[in-house]
Design a protein around this ligand. Structure first.
Ligand code: SF4
Length: 329
């Protein structure tokens, strides 16, 4: 008889490891579906290594522009920061459904009561409703405590074999892992949290949202440098040699690259929606000068480049009071 496949939303965290192993031990072939995005990135090599060690298949799916659309106005709102956990989970499950097909068995490593926003019964219901998977999300770690899924009703899985973990405590985990034959010490840990739960990163994303600039490229840029908002322009100032290099690589036609010549200086990108005024350019140049080695000079000559060519030189005073322009406040 053909072994049944379960498509498990797989983050690589402890709960998804337990879910994978439990389902495997119950005789299913497990396909771990990992959703990745610049907001939540894991080391994919380690993740593959982990999947190999668990004996499961791994499929990686990149979040698309539809994730950004969802982030603009999540049906169930945001958590403490810009984390739209219920909508995010529903998004991920929709992606798992795309991999699994209409009748595939879908599972997650969610635990009842583990997270305040997305892991309580009502949230589970909302996630299922939003993803179009009512009754079709198996949560084996808390299965005994949850309403019967279609899979149990159809006899695909025996409810008695599911676990009854509840809450944030991980006291029971060592015993569960032992029973499942998992030695956690031997497994790679593909670390990486969710940046949408971090206050300062969330502020930067919010700034993009408010200015209609939310794109994956701009989200990737948020991970580099100091970010300033100057009217319709965004100024990003590198904090070290590596960031300076990456900013140069990110710069594209229309961007203005700013540097202080002849002294150690950050590289900065000024990206504008409309032609910036000289006043604005001076402010940007002043901020760049403030982070250069010429910051103690009264006047600093700053070079501005477009498409790799010098197009303007401005002599400015280093601008120290940047709080009102800083995106993170
Ligand atoms: S913490 Fe981040 S990745 Fe996890 S559900 Fe919330 S928004 Fe999604």
């Amino acid at each position: 008889m053909e072994r049944k496949k379960v498509y498990l939303l797989f983050s690589g965290g402890l709960d998804s490891i337990i879910a994978a192993k439990l389902l495997k031990n119950l005789g299913f072939d497990v396909v771990g579906v990992h959703i990745t995005s610049p907001f939540f990135e894991k080391d994919l090599e380690k993740l593959q290594d982990l999947a190999n060690k668990l004996g499961i298949e791994l499929k990686v799916v990149e979040a698309g522009d539809d994730y950004l659309e969802m982030l603009k106005s999540p049906v169930y709102g945001y958590g403490k920061n810009l984390n739209p956990c219920i909508d995010c989970k529903a998004y991920m499950l929709k992606k798992v459904k795309e991999v699994a097909g209409e009748n595939g068995i879908i599972a997650t490593g969610e635990v009842l009561g583990q997270r305040p926003m997305s892991q309580h019964l009502q949230a589970f219901n909302s996630i299922e409703k939003l993803s179009g998977l009512k009754g079709r999300v198996l949560r084996p770690l808390s299965g005994k405590l949850l309403p019967e899924t279609d899979y149990e009703k159809e006899g695909v899985i025996n409810r008695e074999k599911l676990l009854d973990i509840r809450g944030r405590s991980r006291k029971k985990y060592p015993e569960i892992l032992k029973k499942l034959g998992v030695n956690i010490e031997e497994l790679p840990t593909p670390a990486g949290g969710c940046l949408l739960t971090e206050p300062s990163f969330s502020k930067k994303v919010k700034d993009l949202l408010e200015h209609g600039e939310l794109s994956w490229e701009n989200v990737r840029l948020l991970k580099i440098g100091r970010h300033f908002r100057l009217g319709n322009c965004k100024l990003i100032v590198g904090r070290n040699r590596e960031e300076n290099k990456r900013l140069e690589e990110f710069s594209r036609g229309g961007d203005i690259v700013i540097k202080v010549p002849n002294v150690p200086s950050p590289t900065a990108i000024l990206r504008c929606k409309e032609e910036p005024s000289v006043e604005l350019l001076k402010k940007a140049a002043g901020i760049v000068a403030r982070y250069s080695d010429a910051k103690s000079e009264k006047e600093v000559k700053v070079a501005l480049y477009k498409n790799g060519k010098l197009f303007k030189e401005l002599t400015v005073e280093p601008l120290f009071d940047t709080k009102e322009f800083s995106v993170t406040g």
